[in-house]
Design a protein around this ligand. Structure first.
Ligand code: FYN
Ligand code: ADP
Ligand code: MG
Length: 582
């Protein structure tokens, strides 16, 4: 092949003419398989179409999407759920860029994923000679992920995949970009040389124990607490530390607050869950143990009114794999650096049956707050307004999840997300996937597909109508692979609510409102799935039960009061204040 022959000619799924040779296609596949990567998410096109065909032919599960962002989100969710990097493959330039949001989001969320993109040839790209989909993808990806590599020679594919896997899952997990110029796929090597170039990655996420003196220091601080609190984050869920965390909470009797994706590490119905007394425990606690959770915006950076700073600074013990996370917002008195399971085991070794449980004044005060909030919540859930409110509709979802604790809940939106977080109890770890650290919309269908594909469990996606729109076309993907996913669209005709009006008096609708009473269920029906429109709680309950019993792709369009919902849900305060123009 001449040096300027276009990349597209590299595509072939012909068997190799010479059985003694292998090529880039096969080496890439073999390197992934050797490292236990059995599923690829992606979207075919130049130059990866034949790679995906070959992968499927050779026994890989290949799940293709309608937009790369959803494929990328699926890979990220697969990474979180399995602890192996989820792999997403995209075409060059535009496909690559579409996948990049998911890669950056995975990195922000500490989910291991690898975005592999085909790209155009270096010698043309670097001289900007106008190649097909020309773009310096490696340079663009670099600041948006944990690591980025380019493989130029087939003999380096083994090393490239090994580096990508290690970078994705070792230490703090994150996204990795792998750039594969198209010509790499057709480069050949002698079969045996190729085989020997592959690397089976040994111990990619090594266990890491904190130093014993640091453990003693943390335990001494914890012992001094009168009002201790544990906060669990999605890092603890990712680390699969539920056994150790359960033992720790039971032995110490310390109340805990789960961040949204840590819900279910212990059942939300556990008597030591302080979720329903959130404001109170954040303000009143004196020693806080952070387990796989960052003191970012979701926890008001550990500062201010949320933490009742005026009562004096709190002491923090922080368990994290990333040493640089420590002191990132406030001083951390006792950092424990290591993986959560090892850190928890180290702490547990210092806790015997004589451990002094927290004073009953503390636990009783929390119980009292919980009861008050629970009573208020129960009253709201029991109401049956017409049209449905967020709360009344979620009372049906709450019951369905209680009856199906194995089901994975995906949730996004503003009000839909916020109400669902506090109303729908989770009972098992890693059963809740949501908008994560960025509060990003558009994860819905990508996460739902991945959750179903990698676990085989029923998925329930609780979607605001706006949030659903970002990935809604993937209902075709749900139907194509016949996945047991029940999507419930909370339809209140708009972003936040459906009643906004155009202040100019012009005929365009206001920026936040959608077509009224849209028939989202017909989108699912268009591809052979089951669509249902519901207006009452009983209908919603029944439709969800039927979806689960049938185990087929279902979209329930739940008609919600269009006046319900507040701007940005519970994070209204983050909206910039309006200025009045003179
Ligand atoms: C919680 N609560 C409950 C329960 N669970 N009451 C009764 N029963 C149950 N089961 C109470 C809890 O104590 C709080 O009351 C209140 O309900 C809200 O709880 P929540 O949701 O845990 O807390 P809050 O304040 O909303 O949490 C802050 C947050 C969270 C930032 C961590 O809002 C969050 O994760 N937000 C993500 C938002 C996001 O990303 N949105 C997408 C972009 S939307 P009090 O204790 O009385 O306070 C773009 O516009
Ligand atoms: P949440 O959004 O639930 O509050 P964050 O995403 O903010 O949680 O925090 C997760 C934290 O967990 C990150 O600081 C990350 O470094 C850490 N983490 C991820 N995996 C592990 C692990 N296996 N062991 C220890 N810490 C981990
Ligand atoms: Mg809405």
């Amino acid at each position: 092949m001449s040096i300027h022959e276009p990349a597209i000619r590299c595509e072939t799924n012909e068997p190799l003419a010479d059985p003694e040779l292998t090529d880039g296609f096969h080496l890439l596949l073999d390197a992934l398989k050797l490292n236990d990567i059995d599923t690829l998410f992606g979207l075919p096109g130049i130059p990866i179409t034949d790679f995906l065909r070959t992968a499927q032919a050779e026994g890989m599960r290949v799940i293709t999407f309608r937009h790369e962002q959803n494929a990328g989100n699926a890979a990220a969710a697969a990474g979180f759920l399995t602890g192996k990097p989820g792999v997403c493959m995209t075409v060059s330039a535009p496909g690559f860029l579409n996948g990049l949001t998911a890669l950056a989001n995975a990195t922000t969320n500490c989910f291991p994923m690898i975005l592999i993109s085909g790209s155009s040839e270096r010698e043309i790209v670097d001289l900007q000679q106008g190649d097909y989909e020309e773009m310096d993808q490696l340079a663009i990806a670099k600041p948006l992920c944990k690591a980025a590599y380019r493989i130029l020679q087939a003999k380096d594919i083994g090393v490239g995949i090994a580096r990508a896997i290690r970078a994705a899952v070792s230490g703090r997990p994150g996204g990795v970009y792998l750039d594969l110029p198209a010509r790499l796929f057709s480069q050949t090597l002698p079969l045996e040389v190729g085989r020997q170039s592959l690397i089976n990655v040994v111990d990619p996420a090594p266990r890491q124990f904190p130093a014993p003196d640091r453990v003693s220091h943390a335990l001494a601080l914890l012992k001094s607490a009168k009002k201790p609190l544990v906060i669990l984050g999605k890092g603890a869920a990712y680390a699969r530390a539920e056994c150790e965390i359960n033992a720790f909470i039971e032995k110490t009797g310390i109340p805990y607050l789960p961040m949204s994706m840590a819900k279910g590490l212990l059942p939300d119905t556990h008597e030591l869950s302080a979720a329903a007394a959130r404001s109170y425990v954040l303000q009143e606690s004196d020693v806080v143990v952070l387990i796989g959770v960052r003191l970012n915006w979701l926890l008001s950076h550990g500062k201010g009114k949320t933490w009742a700073q005026e009562k004096g600074p709190k002491k923090f013990i922080q368990l994290d794999i990333a040493p640089t996370e420590i002191d990132s917002n406030v001083a951390i008195d006792a950092p424990l650096i290591g993986d959560i399971v090892s850190c928890m085991q180290s702490l547990l070794a210092g806790i015997d049956n004589h451990w002094q449980k927290p004073p009953t004044e503390w636990t009783a005060a929390i119980a009292e707050r919980k009861e008050k909030n629970a009573k208020k919540m129960a009253e709201k859930l029991a109401e049956r307004p017409s049209p449905m409110s967020f709360q009344s509709a979620l009372s049906a979802v709450k019951q369905v999840v209680k009856d199906n604790p194995e089901a994975i809940v995906v949730s996004e939106g503003a009000n839909t997300l916020d109400f669902a977080r506090s109303i729908v109890d989770m009972y098992l770890p890693r059963k809740r996937l949501d908008v994560g650290t960025w509060g990003v919309m558009g994860i819905g269908m990508g996460f739902a597909v991945a959750a179903s594909v990698v676990t085989g469990h029923q998925v329930i996606a609780i979607e605001g109508d706006s949030a659903f729109g970002f990935s809604g076309m993937e209902v075709e993907t749900l139907c194509r692979y016949q996945l047991p996913v029940c999507v419930v669209v909370f339809n209140n005709n708009g972003i936040y609510k459906g009643t906004d009006i155009n202040a100019s008096g012009g005929k365009d609708p206001a920026p936040t409102v959608f077509v009224k009473n849209a028939c989202y269920e017909m989108l699912m029906e268009a591809f052979g799935g089951r669509g249902v429109h519901v207006t009452t709680v009983d209908q919603l309950h029944q439709a969800m039960n039927e979806a689960i019993a049938l185990g087929i792709p279902t979209l329930i369009n739940a008609h919600i009061d269009e006046t319900a919902g507040t701007e940005s849900g519970r994070i209204t305060s983050l909206n910039p204040a309006k200025t009045t123009r003179k």
